[in-house]
Design a protein around this ligand. Sequence first.
Ligand code: KIV
Length: 286
Amino acid sequence: MMRLTIRDIQKMKDKGEPIAMLTAYDATSASLSETAGVPMLLVGDSLGMVIQGHQSTIPVTLDHMIYHAQIVTRVTQRPLIVGDMPFMSYNVSEEQALTNAARLMQESGVSAIKLEGGETIAPTIARIVQSGIPVMAHIGLTPQSVNRFGGFRVQGKEMASAQHLLRDAQAVQDAGAFAVVLELVTAPLSQMITEKLQIPTIGIGAGAGCDGQVQVFHDILGMFDALTPRHAKQYAKVGDMIREAIGQYVLEVTNREFPTELNSFPMSDDVLTALREAETANGASH
Ligand code: KIV
């Protein structure tokens, strides 16, 4: 099976086919998402929260991203896999960004990388793209700058910030990004950006007017108790199901109801008798 490419994703926008993107961090989440038909998976640095238990994405390192991206590429065949560049792995210099983007792609097998920022990071995007690495941009609320934003606030509400976002979107497209994530951007502005750009916009908390949507695996499955963001819809309460199932397991082990014969492996009576005799003789000789 051929893996989807950035051209396939562009064709989806051109044909008006909405793009459903989801995060994946491990073999289970990636395989389930592939079999459910997700065309594009993001190994997101949101793993800092949902996998590593941090309060933000800031502690995530490039080595962590490579480790998780390797797993996701190993177990999938069809989806386009995008690997996130973590905090400060591309902001020091263009050389640093290029070296780290190359490491992420070469060591994990992802087909593209994602990084946060608009106008100011556009020259870095251009440099990475020119080197053969497809880049997905990410503007609006960029979680690696949460401390600068002072929280997870919706972007593009006022004239100046809306105009700034329009410039950011244009700049990342001009730099050669193949798609752009719009995070926590007002819905009408996201729609304007989507109409203005040739490349696909992938929204998260950015309304229905984007070319695609991206969500965090744990959010749409109801698996992450610490936070249930308004922009996410819970399609299942998997967390409750898991808790209930584990509770039942604990109860059955405690009550000696599990395992039963069905979960155990027999041995022949002859071998067992011989073994008991040998053990008895062994005990007698000591
Ligand atoms: O890290 C992540 O999961 C992301 C998406 C939520 C866009 O960047």
